[in-house]
Design a protein around this ligand. Structure first.
Ligand code: DGJ
Length: 736
């Protein structure tokens, strides 16, 4: 049993394999958060709370006359409300019918269920088995004045140290309430000098790691772009200053949401730290009519006292096991070739068939036709929304093209950007009211395109129908779902004026509905997400699309840091990663073919270059790369991932280790070669400490050697120095 209720102490302990999460219903019916971290062995941590009469921190009315040391302003709370005595950042902001802004929640009831909790219309960790590993706790809270009921939900995966938190609201009164903000999670620490690790960036340079102190005051990251964004990923970590890859305490927060999010942190007057994660309030205002319910997205928390590496592996496992869905997500993923960087918009059907044919000869399994195959679309100024093939350009119908690709022996995949519309399109001419814009104002353009209003169910139904028609019309086994701009000028034509604050969340609910319908109807199709690369690279999206194009940047050296940063919260099985041309189209950098292969292999693996223009030697390297990928597929895609050095070092290295520790693959890329080099020495944890391993440099003439798992962990190995800039090695370890 993971969830233990102690009625005498009115204490709830959530036990996972390596963590305890504890809350207590105190004498005044407030739900106090007393611990999240390492195991407690049944101690009630509320005994360690310090009560003092603190100036300017008030007391709840029922307590204040007798006890001036009890204040919501410094007690650690399970969930916090604005306006009723807690002056920190707070999770729930309610506007009442009389215009007042305030809410106060007290414990009413709780229950524990077997299994995980599913959230209507939103992604959530799932598993259909009734494994005892899975349990759910629901704590019901209520405000007796405005009759708002709030259920705090905790879905537990014991063996992965995962707690999925979400919140459900219900207006049980007879007056409408307005919700200005509702966090999915509130976590208070009464102690600790924490650091915050977040993953920031920009288009084509996503998920750079930023680690800094949590100081007194408020810090936050988030997105109001309609997507989770390239700029601030909805996965963050807090840890101790001393925490490293392999030691120290850390906590992860992964928001299963692809829209506008915020993570806020406040260290307050007493040194307590509060963390809130939820939908960004700037673009959120929800009218909760009498009887209405609202379910909020889930945040996955995990705790590790063995450093950031273990924390990441908890997330890798939960995403692979309990988030990605559908039969294609569990099947072997195909090695693909995408024509975008090979041709951009300039192609014919014959050119595509030629690429596919040569790709097949080299062992590539899936051909993906990117942007430009539909409507009037020879550049990015027109055609979006017109989802019918440009048969003149293709020289045949979509079905015929798919059949030609299949006849070569390859699967056929296709690109869509279904959330967008060009002004120069038949769809816009017919339905200008479906584009997102504020009445009376000209909307912003980005890539000369507008956004379709997914908050309108009519638009969603239209998209489901038009994509379904295409998917049923041709032998399509893969879809790349792109989304190439941020959203602004938000206004939903189908929403009343007092519901416009619901637009952004309703857009995401519409998107999820469309994705749910299409991915379950076409369950033979593998869906890959994309938003100009990694603009919507989040665990919510992974529920629908088990792989996501990681970045529009295909430069192998930039990819080292993008893949490194992304690996903190996401497994490599989700990271779309391709070998592209040299010099690279985004950076102009030249890198060896071998290195581009090594880097792309730490992902779903594919190619994106004009294969018809390659030299014989490059073609040979493609064949060898694919053979290598097939040979080590299980280790790469299902093994445990270890970061061994950082992109700030002169040699970035990582390892994938088979779960049974019988084999491992180390990849190392030099980027900062110097004369008279210092050795690169790395320690490799995670192997069998009582066994010896044979170390073989794959494809390189370096003598094999033998080393014990203990020596790999405690002593480490030297990576062969290189005198070629951007050289790389793949090193295979096999247990003897
Ligand atoms: C952005 C994507 O990330 C690219 O890979 C490509 O599909 C283009 N869009 C096409 O417009």
């Amino acid at each position: 049993m993971s969830i233990v209720w102690n009625p005498n102490r009115r204490l709830i302990n959530i036990e996972t394999k390596n963590s305890t999460y504890q809350m207590k219903i105190d004498d005044y019916g407030n739900l106090i958060h007393t611990h999240y971290g390492g195991k407690l062995q049944d101690t009630d941590m509320s005994q360690e709370l310090v009560y003092l009469d603190r100036g300017f921190s008030g007391n709840p009315y029922e307590v204040g006359k007798v006890d001036r040391t009890y204040s919501l302003d410094y007690l650690p709370q399970e969930y916090s409300c604005f306006g009723t005595g807690d002056y920190r950042i707070t999770g729930l902001h309610v506007r009442n019918t009389d215009g007042s802004k305030g809410c106060s929640l007290h414990y009413k009831n709780h229950y524990i269920n077997q299994g995980l909790y599913s959230i209507k219309g939103l992604p959530a960790i799932h598993d259909s088995s009734d494994d005892a590993n899975y349990e759910t706790l629901c704590v019901e809270m209520t405000d007796d004045v405005n009759n708002l009921e709030v259920t705090l939900i905790y879905s537990i995966i014991n063996d992965l140290d995962i707690i999925g938190r979400s919140v459900k609201l219900k207006n049980s009164g007879n007056k409408a309430l307005t919700i200005d903000k509702v966090a999915s999670m509130n976590l208070d620490f009464t102690y600790g000098d924490w650091q915050w690790v977040r993953f920031t960036g920009r288009h084509a340079m996503e998920r750079n790691i930023v680690r800094g102190d949590i100081y007194q005051g408020v810090q936050s990251i988030g997105s109001v772009r309609g997507t989770s964004s390239h700029h601030y990923n909805p996965f963050t970590v807090i840890c101790e200053k001393e925490t490293t890859e392999n030691m120290g305490q850390c906590y992860g927060f992964s928001f299963l949401y692809s829209g506008e999010h915020i993570t806020e942190i406040e260290k307050d007057q007493t040194g307590s730290t509060r963390i809130l994660v939820g939908i960004h309030p700037d673009d959120f205002c929800w009218k909760l009519a009498p009887g209405d319910e609202l379910e909020l997205p889930q945040v996955l928390l995990s705790y590790s006292n063995e450093g950031l590496g273990t924390l990441s592996r908890n997330y890798h496992k939960v995403i692979n096991k309990n988030i990605v869905r559908g039969k294609r997500s569990k099947e072997r993923r195909p090695v693909l070739i995408n024509n975008w960087e090979a041709t951009y918009f300039d192609f014919t059907g014959d050119k595509l068939v030629e690429i596919a044919s040569q790709a097949h000869d080299m062992g590539i399994e899936l051909f993906v036709m990117d942007d430009g195959w539909f409507g009037k679309r020879d550049d990015d100024n027109s055609g979006l929304g017109d989802w019918y093939a440009n048969e003149k350009k293709l020289g045949c119908s979509l079905k015929e093209l798919g059949e030609k690709i299949n006849a070569i022996g390859m699967d056929f995949g296709i690109w869509f950007e279904p959330e967008m519309v060009s002004e120069d399109s038949d769809l816009y001419r017919k339905h200008p009211e479906w584009a997102v814009k504020i009445p009376g104002r000209n909307p912003n353009l980005a890539r000369n395109q507008l956004v379709l209003d997914y908050s309108n169910p009519e638009v969603c139904d239209y998209i489901i129908k038009s994509l379904s028609d295409i998917l049923s019309s041709a032998p399509i086994s893969y879809v790349k779902w792109d989304m190439n701009r941020s959203i602004c000028d938000k206004y939903g034509n189908s929403l009343d004026a007092d519901r416009q604050g619901e637009f952004s969340h309703r857009y995401i609910l519409g998107l999820y509905k469309v994705l749910e319908t299409l991915t379950t109807t076409f369950d033979d199709v593998l869906f890959e997400g994309c938003s100009g690369g990694g603009g919507r690279f989040d665990a919510g999206m992974m529920y629908y699309t088990p792989q996501i194009w990681l970045s529009d940047n295909t430069d192998a050296i930039n990819r080292l840091s993008i893949q490194y940063g992304s690996s903190f919260g996401y497994p490599i099985s989700t990271m779309g990663s391709h070998v592209s041309a040299s010099p690279n189209h985004q950076t102009g950098r030249n890198t060896p073919f071998k290195t581009r292969t090594t880097v792309a292999m730490a992902g779903t693996f594919g190619y994106e270059l004009d294969i018809t223009k390659l030299s014989d030697d490059e073609k040979k390297q493609i064949k060898e790369g694919i053979n290598l990928f097939h040979q080590y597929y299980d280790i790469i895609q299902q093994g445990d991932y270890y970061r061994l050095s950082t992109p700030e070092d002169k040699c970035t290295a990582w390892a994938m280790i088979k779960e049974d520790k019988s084999e491992a693959l180390i990849s190392a890329v030099y980027h900062g070669v110097e004369a008279n080099q210092k050795p690169t020495h790395i320690r490799v944890p995670g192997l069998d400490l009582n066994s010896n391993y044979v170390v073989e440099y794959v494809g390189d003439e370096v003598a094999c050697r033998e080393i014990s798992g203990a020596a790999l962990k405690n002593g480490g190995i030297s990576i062969n120095p290189s005198r070629i800039e951007y050289d790389s090695y793949v090193i295979h370890l096999v247990r003897k």
